[in-house]
Design a protein around this ligand. Structure first.
Ligand code: GLU
Length: 452
């Protein structure tokens, strides 16, 4: 009877969110994943019952949508759409990246902002959840076009952010160069030099290790997952997707820990290297990314001995550990079946929501170690939190200090997932663990602050 009631509550909750947010498939996917694990937990905690905490968390505190007009190199006027979702400020100022990609829309940014709220809570640092971006395609744009776009975007965004209000950072399509231009424009308009953005260059308040942090954090987390079955990275084969900043950090750290990365990928297909992606090839990932060219196939120009598989995903390659580090919904049920059939033991998400709900359930049903991005990729935003601290105290920490704190935070998140996600047979359901652990801190803060 009790079970039936909880199931019904979940269905009613999802139906309500669906009715309120039609045409937002990514947002609904993210909310569903949380609802099925958190609603049963809420029903065992009388203090949370009836407080509509999850419903409040699924409604952004504020959604800002704005016009971004700019002039391209041909003197033609371009019009893009800019967004900032200020999702939840219960535990700190809104915090989360900015994404520039043609697929950016309200659904994508709401899913990212929703996930960010839980992720930021898991870091234990005082950061609320937010996300922003524009449907701008950086591919093929000149440096001056990128600068003008960033300035136009910040001319409007600067009205809504600030070091104590909302602190954006990078995401897909927004790296150190874009953060520099965004920071410059904010400073010019507001006449303030503050830690309003993270992921800044070292010369003007950035943190050492921030570029590597997301990827390193993912691998520190995966190391903890492997440890639960008395394994480590030594001699393990690893399939990675993507070739951006996150994939780069993952590949570097896996090599350092003795694993062999067999694949990386782009939107055009994947690179397979039986000897492992190491040394110069890792450096080339950065070169390729900064070229503004989104083609993994270009690897062949410099390294003709690697294989390129056009239009395919790397999940068909046999490996011990899979690390999706590209983008949302890049690993579906078929991919999950291939990985499991090939004996994968650990899947650690590095991107945000790279696996579909069906793929996640397949991993969980097969008792594969599986961790959701909101737990395993939290090292990026955690290090942003460390950048904010350094900006506030006006000091810079050494790489060793930042890296040690990052590692400690990832170990802490892993422990929180285990505490809330260990099932009766000892299997750790990291999805459940991350959702509940992330929820509890935000829920406590919201309860204390009243209905606001
Ligand atoms: N965009 C990154 C993420 O998905 C980093 C956000 C940040 O550093 O604020 O967590």
């Amino acid at each position: 009877m009790e079970h039936y009631n909880v199931e019904q509550k979940i269905q009613e909750f999802i139906a309500k969110i669906e009715a309120k947010n039609p045409n937002e498939p990514e947002f609904l996917q993210a909310v569903k994943e949380v609802a099925v694990t958190v609603i049963p937990f809420i029903s065992t905690r009388p203090q949370y019952n009836g407080m509509k905490l999850l419903e409040r968390m699924a409604e952004p505190e504020r959604t800002i949508i704005f016009r971004v007009p700019w002039v391209d190199d041909n003197n033609e006027i371009q019009v893009n759409r800019g967004f900032r979702i200020q999702m939840n400020s219960a535990i700190g100022p809104y915090k989360g990246g900015i994404r520039f990609h043609p697929t950016v829309n309200l659904s994508v940014l709401k899913f990212l902002a929703f996930e960010q709220t839980f992720k930021n809570s898991l870091t234990t640092l005082p950061m609320g959840g937010g996300k922003g971006g524009a449907d701008f395609d950086p591919q093929g744009k000149s440096d001056m076009e990128i600068m003008r776009f960033c300035q136009a975007f910040m001319s409007e965004l600067c009205k809504y952010i600030g070091p104590e209000t909302d602190v954006p950072a990078g995401d897909i399509g927004v790296g150190a160069r874009e953060i520099g231009y965004l920071f410059g424009q904010y400073k010019k308009i507001r006449n303030e030099f503050t830690g309003v953005l993270t992921g800044k260059g070292l010369a003007y308040g950035g943190s050492l290790i921030r570029p590597e942090a997301t990827g390193y954090g993912v691998v520190y987390f995966a190391e903890q997952m492997l440890k639960t079955i008395n394994e480590d990275f030594k001699g393990k084969t690893v399939c990675v997707s993507g070739f951006g900043n996150v994939a780069w950090g993952v590949v570097k750290k896996v090599e350092e820990l003795g694993g062999k990365v067999l694949t990386i990928s782009g939107p055009d297909g994947y690179i397979y290297d039986k000897d492992g992606i190491t040394g110069e090839k890792v450096d080339y990932m950065l070169e390729l990314r900064s070229s503004g060219n989104n083609r993994a196939e270009d690897f062949l120009k410099k390294f003709p001995n690697v294989e390129f598989h056009a239009g395919k995903r790397p999940w068909e390659v046999k490996c011990d550990v899979a690390i999706p580090a590209a983008t949302q919904n890049e690993l579906d049920l078929d991919d999950a079946k291939k990985l499991v059939a090939n004996g994968v033991v650990c899947v650690t998400e590095a991107a945000n929501m790279p696996s579909s709900l069906e793929a996640i359930n397949y991993f969980l049903d097969n008792k594969v170690l599986f961790s959701p991005g909101k737990a395993s990729n939290a090292g990026g935003v955690a290090t942003s939190g460390l950048e904010m601290t350094q900006n506030s105290i006006r000091l810079n920490w050494s790489s060793e200090e930042v890296d040690a704190r990052l590692k400690e935070i990832m170990i802490g998140i892993h422990k929180a997932c285990r505490d809330y996600g260990t099932e009766e047979d000892g299997y750790v359901n990291y999805v459940k663990g991350a959702n509940i652990a992330g929820f509890v801190k935000v829920a406590e803060a919201m309860l204390a602050q009243g209905v606001v």
